[in-house]
Design a protein around this ligand. Structure first.
Ligand code: LLP
Length: 404
């Protein structure tokens, strides 16, 4: 049985902490992590949680306690991970498009570094030469992922050094005697088809012989989780099996078996998250019946930004008759969460819950319209605890400098 929070539970939590509210369920994160680790048992695989999905320090600590490492996309995420107690050798920093001084800062903190441009690789060589191992993020020129905005490995993508520039990489590696410890790719998010990972491995295997110090192959994140009934999840068992076969057949240049790394974000924290809102207004019109909740794309941007589907449930009226609604927010521009969605009859004051809200939900929220960011609650062993306060008015003025 999958770990879920019941409607009654969610209502109780909303009543206690108010709305809009993000709620995260520890046992679901654990379930997902155990699913991964058991599927890959017997393979030489390590998981780095892509914490860009959800960085609350309690989530980081909890995921650390499960045994995962952490993947960071900025030096600030690195500092949050250190603050959460991850030792530097369990922290991976995959930079993209950043100034070299941020890489120097990460090096100074002692974490594992992936570099994604020739320019920064050259600077790294000049500064550190052979003294500090480094990984290279490559662009494998593979199209993958749920939609173009979250596809990162194709031949028009800004990410990584294109594999066709391998000769330029090798010039730099040779010039500075760089110690290349890993090759990295991340081709996109919500990858259903495991053959994409296999294609990526083939691309990397062709390059392995160039790097005598290579120890790790980093295949990035991108495992898909279901968002609605009958939706698929990446078949991680099949992936694990295929990876095992592929890696057994490909020892690195020095004859060692390479370790595989993955950087799952959504897979670990998407389904653990519930976003609870309350209905402010119901507006019947000829074209649609609008349900306006006490939120908007300032709190959950995924539907407007990616056309992402989030299942919505009226937990206050689970047995009511079904009706068609457009669920919208209270922001000053179109902020539709769902068009023509069948919901159990909605009344003003009802709680509407958005599912799959753990990954890139709170994390991508903003104060647009000078609204407060939501609070966050962590539920573990049946205990609900607040882990981030809701903003208050002073937060809106905190960094402003009043000069007139
Ligand atoms: N590793 C790297 C280098 C990444 O850039 C990402 C995500 C991941 C791992 C984790 O990917 P995941 O397992 O979560 O799919 N905000 C978008 C998703 C953007 C993902 C960006 N990079 C969304 O809400 O769909």
């Amino acid at each position: 049985m999958s770990a879920v929070l019941s409607r009654e539970n969610l209502i109780r939590i909303a009543q206690e902490f108010g709305t809009p509210l993000y709620v995260y369920h520890a046992e679901k994160i654990k379930e997902q992590y155990e699913k991964l680790s058991s599927a890959f048992e017997g393979t030489n695989t390590v998981f780095f949680y892509a914490c860009k999905a959800l960085t609350n320090v309690n989530i980081l600590r909890y995921i650390k306690s499960l045994g995962a490492n952490v993947d960071c996309s900025s030096v600030n995420e690195v500092k949050l991970a250190l603050h959460a107690g991850f030792p530097p050798q369990r922290i991976l920093y995959t930079s993209n498009g950043i100034a070299f001084d941020e890489i120097e800062e990460a090096q100074n903190l002692g974490v594992i570094i992936n570099i994604d441009s020739l320019s920064n690789l050259e600077k790294f060589g000049q500064k550190f030469g052979h003294s500090y191992p480094v990984g290279i993020r490559l662009r494998p020129n593979i199209m993958a992922g749920g939609n173009l905005k979250i596809s990162t490995g194709h031949d028009k993508s800004k990410f990584g050094v294109p594999v066709d520039q391998i000769h330029l990489i090798l010039d730099i590696v040779k010039k500075y005697n760089l110690r290349i410890s890993d090759l990295h790719i991340h081709t996109g998010s919500e990858i259903k088809d495991v053959s994409v990972f296999l294609k990526g491995i083939e691309v990397l295997f062709d390059l392995v012989h160039h790097f005598k110090d290579l120890e790790f192959i980093d295949l990035g994140g991108g495992f898909k989780v279901p968002h609605k009934q009958d939706d698929v999840e990446t078949d991680i068992h099949s992936l694990a099996k295929k990876i095992k076969q592929a890696f057994a057949a490909h020892p690195n240049a020095a004859g060692k078996t390479l370790q595989v790394w993955f950087e799952p974000g959504k897979f670990l924290v998407s389904e653990c998250g519930y976003f609870i809102t309350r209905v402010n207004v119901i507006k019947e019109t000829a074209g649609a019946c609008f349900v306006s909740v006490d939120s908007g794309f300032n709190h959950l941007i995924r539907p407007m930004f990616y056309d992402a589907y989030h299942h919505i449930e009226n937990v206050s009226n689970p047995h009511g008759p079904e009706k068609k609604y457009s669920v919208v927010g209270n922001i000053c521009e179109t902020d539709t969460f769902a068009w023509d969605r069948m919901l159990k009859e909605v009344r003003e004051g009802d709680y509407l819950v958005f599912y799959n809200a753990g990954a890139y939900g709170f994390e991508m929220s903003s104060n647009f319209n000078s609204r407060f960011k939501p609070a966050e609650v962590f539920v573990k062993d049946g205990n609900a605890q607040i882990i981030r306060k809701r903003d208050v008015f002073e937060d809106l003025l905190r960094n402003q400098i009043e000069v007139i």
